[in-house]
Design a protein around this ligand. Structure first.
Ligand code: E4P
Length: 240
């Protein structure tokens, strides 16, 4: 299982790169806002290029800022030129529920890596996988594409067991149909408990916010044990 960092904060990303646990980065407009990305598209471009360079060749997901299909095409093609390791994030539908899969299918067929996002159901995920797969069949450029399932948001509505089942079912479906170059990203991870559960769901990737990664290492008994070792090391050194 891979870990992506769900952040646009360079310092946080750098930290987890230095820990050796960053297999990629995901952003979205809300994350960019939270991470202080300003200056419109130019600001977004600058930060995206910085992150992409920092983590290359690992992938960075950058989300389009419109749900108008023509805008989606135009932005996706532009974002794709910012760096070789950019994957363009497109929501599965527009704000009215109309399909954005025509964009997904075409962009994949043009050799652009796509991350289909904001998905809450098994049906959405398999439709996205089919559109990606159809695009892949039209091109010789076999990049990795992503389907992002927002397990945290699903859990808030239907409970954590349901979100786990969706992830397991989608993974099983991808394997059964032998779909290649498509990886499941688990989004909206909220806690270390989520990491523990969804890390065993069969999803290829968990994208985790920095604050949750920090909490994954915390354990009172570990801290106590480290203090004991240090105290005893000190005593042993003194008695030398
Ligand atoms: C990841 O790619 C998603 O954009 C992210 O995890 C969404 O999480 P949220 O539910 O906290 O917005």
């Amino acid at each position: 299982m891979k870990i992506f960092i769900d952040s646009a904060d360079l310092k946080e990303i750098e930290k987890y790169v230095s820990w050796g646990i960053c297999d990629g980065v995901t952003t979205n407009p809300s994350i960019c806002l939270k991470s202080g990305v300003t200056g419109g598209e130019e600001g977004m471009k600058q930060r995206s290029i910085e992150i992409a360079n920092l983590i290359a060749p690992q992938p960075l997901s950058v989300e389009v800022t419109s749900d108008d299909i023509d805008q989606v095409f135009a932005q996706a093609r532009k974002f794709n030129t910012w760096a070789d390791n950019i994957s363009v994030k497109v929501t599965i539908t527009d704000r009215n529920g109309a399909s954005l899969l025509p964009a997904v299918y075409r962009l994949v067929s043009e050799g652009i890596s796509v991350n289909v996002t904001a998905m809450m159901t098994f049906n959405q995920a398999i439709m996205a996988a089919k559109a990606i797969n159809a695009g892949l069949e039209k091109t010789n450029i076999k990049k990795t594409h992503f389907i992002s399932i927002f397990a945290g948001r699903i859990s808030e509505e239907h409970g954590v067991e349901h979100s786990q089942k969706v992830l397991e079912d989608v993974r099983q479906w991808l394997d059964f149909h032998n779909y290649k170059n498509i990886e499941i990203i688990v989004g909206s991870v909220r806690s270390p408990e989520n990491v523990k559960l969804w890390g065993k769901s069969g999803a290829h990737i968990l994208t985790i916010p920095p604050e949750v990664i920090g909490k994954c290492l915390m354990n009172a008994r570990t801290k106590e044990t480290v203090v004991q070792f240090l105290n005893d090391a000190n005593k042993a050194m003194q008695s030398l």
